[in-house]
Design a protein around this ligand. Structure first.
Ligand SMILES: *Cc1c(COP(=O)(O)O)cnc(C)c1O
Length: 390
């Protein structure tokens, strides 16, 4: 058999959560009762009005197209709802040719580089960061140049420090605020600087806005497209997953730069056939009811955030409450040889699984990530165990 995994697949680092899942399975096999705080997948169910619309739409016998390919007979109301949402929420006016519906953003982020990168090309991404940017580059045969996110710079990239050769060759620049895993947020002034940098170096900013709606304490996350003239320099990936507790539904959008949107659409046309119409219809209801549906979700995350931070700070940490995301980014305590050793210790002695920071890139070393997507009582129990293990 000539079947061997392709170089591009072999080149990928091991899927971060696959390793975590394997270690948890090993611990469970040894009889450890494992609590995982590792994975960022919201625990509470999608809101009723959204579910009801899905059920209505899939059972709508008047709709002769309800079973068909979602790309051929799209729900026209969804781009309109995205347009309304962007205008209301971010003050950004999008034309319809600036919007493409996606099957969640992971899919779109992985596909997008295929539209614009060739083997040997360079694309920039911040690190520690979401692994899918690099995966998309690698699948396209391109190379990632990483910009470190450091606490000293509030986890914003130092764009001016980008080497001249990378500025010349780089085609894309991925930004993600509110940021996974560092939990940092940015303001519009940062996007203004980034757009200026993108213009000066003729590259496209790919803004991953997965957590724009998961913010706390009055912080409102801006869109990079709110910068004047940004539609010439920015494509933005928005997803309903984290905002509306809809990760399994696979629906989002890419918006902004017209050629970027058209390029992604072209990859989609060749690879997938769009999302189920009933899911598209339900997404309209979610977006149109964002103002009622999102605050109760964020109240829960804020309560959990405060609960975990209070415990950790009692144990000797000195953490500030993050303004966004579903995570806490926590320094590994003294006395452990790195984030993997700490995570392994915690799993073995306390049965608590956290994600080691190095899994998100070399500058993630020295940190671990706790996800707040678990019920309060699970988080409380995990904190008690953590206190016992230190
Ligand atoms: C969760 C996540 C996404 C994508 O989520 P989808 O469910 O694919 O929309 C994108 N970017 C970051 C940083 C994430 O954490």
């Amino acid at each position: 058999m000539k079947l061997e995994r392709s170089n591009r697949l072999q080149k990928l680092p091991p899927y971060l959560f696959a390793d975590l899942r394997r270690k948890m399975a090993e611990a469970r096999a040894k009889g450890v009762d494992v609590i995982t705080l590792g994975i960022g997948d919201p625990d509470f169910p999608t809101a009723d009005p959204v579910v009801k619309e899905l059920v209505r739409a899939i059972d709508d016998k008047q709709d002769a197209n309800r079973h068909r390919y979602g790309c051929d007979v799209p729900v026209e109301a969804l781009p309109d709802a995205i347009q309304r949402f962007y205008a209301r929420r971010f003050g950004v006016q999008l034309e319809l040719d600036q919007i493409v519906v996606t099957m969640g953003s992971k899919d779109a982020i992985a596909k997008f580089p295929m539209a614009f990168l060739n083997p040997g090309d360079v694309a920039l991404a911040t690190e520690p960061g979401y692994p899918t940017y690099n995966i998309g580059h690698t699948f396209a045969g391109a190379v990632t140049h990483y910009l470190p996110l450091l606490a000293d710079n509030d986890y914003l990239p130092d764009l001016d420090a980008t080497p001249a050769a990378v500025r010349r060759l780089g085609k894309l620049l991925w930004l993600n605020y509110p940021n996974n895993p560092t939990t940092a947020v940015c303001d519009l002034a940062f996007y203004e600087r980034a757009v200026e940098f993108a213009r000066a170096n003729e590259l496209l900013i790919c803004s991953d806005l997965a957590y724009s709606e998961n913010t706390f304490d009055g912080f409102v996350a801006p869109s990079a497209l709110a910068v004047d003239g940004a539609e010439d320099s920015v494509v933005e990936f928005f997803s309903l997953s984290k905002a509306f507790s809809m990760t399994g539904w696979r629906v989002g959008c890419a918006v902004g730069h017209r050629d970027a949107v058209a390029g992604l659409r072209s990859v989609q046309d060749n690879v997938d056939n769009g999302q189920l119409r009933a899911i598209q219809a339900a997404a309209v209801v979610a977006l149109d009811h964002a103002d009622e549906l999102i605050p109760p979700i964020n109240d829960v995350y804020r309560r959990r955030r405060d609960l975990v931070i209070a415990t950790l700070n009692q144990l000797g940490w000195d953490l500030e409450a993050p303004k966004g995301t579903l995570y806490l980014w926590v320094p590994v305590p003294d006395g452990f040889d790195g984030s993997i050793a700490f995570a392994a210790h915690l799993l073995e002695t306390a049965g608590v699984a956290v994600t080691p920071g190095i899994g998100y890139g070399e500058h993630g070393e020295g940190f671990f990530r706790i996800s707040l997507t678990y019920p309060d009582k699970v988080l409380k129990e995990a904190m008690e165990r953590l206190a016992g293990a230190l």
